[in-house]
Ligand binder design. Structure first.
Ligand code: ZN
Length: 178
């Protein structure tokens, strides 16, 4: 069991592309276990992508669980979105863009409302499903990570710059108060 460090923006490693998983044996299972340990160690965390963590050559895997009891683990390997429907514009945050006292930068992002996902489970068995709501948003956010994309990359450069600056300034002033 190991809780891994979550890489923080602007760490350039957040831009690394995940590698397709071909072997589902021991070493890979250890990584998936560590990812779930890391997910469950963070209170506000709904999902994590391997590219967010301190893993060499991060594999194309994401772990998700936003259930109250933390007992509905979903692991998607080599996942692809094969169909998109509708549009939502709701707030997101990211465990890789956080500040002091668990502050999380939040911003509204446009996503598909409903998606169909084709993937493999942690043992390599194929899975396919359609989902919407928070789960659809979460999967789109995590699959972006595996392609080196952060949710703030969906904002205009002007808005992104403004948001980041005010978030980071706030962190500085908070730290002065303590
Ligand atoms: Zn994120």
């Amino acid at each position: 069991m190991a809780v891994l460090p979550i890489l923080q923006y602007p760490n350039p490693r957040l831009k690394i592309l995940a590698t397709k998983v071909e072997h589902f044996c021991c070493e890979f299972q250890d990584i998936v276990n560590d990812m779930f340990d890391t997910l469950y160690n963070e209170q506000q965390c709904a999902g994590l992508a391997a590219t967010q963590l301190d893993i060499l050559n991060p594999p194309h895997v994401t772990v998700i669980d936003f259930s109250e009891e933390k007992n509905q683990p979903l692991c998607l390997v080599n996942a692809e979105i094969t169909a998109r429907e509708g549009e939502t514009y709701t707030e997101e945050g990211c465990m890789s863009i956080t500040g002091k006292d668990n502050a999380i930068l939040r911003a509204k992002v446009r996503r598909a409302e409903k998606i169909t996902v084709s993937a493999q489970d942690r043992y390599g068995d194929p899975i396919q499903f359609t989902t919407d709501g928070f789960m659809a948003k979460c999967i789109q956010h995590e699959l972006d990570h595996l392609a080196g994309i952060l949710f703030i990359d969906h904002l205009s450069p002007l808005k992104r710059g403004f948001l980041l600056k005010s978030f980071l300034d706030k962190q500085k002033s908070t730290s002065k108060m303590h």
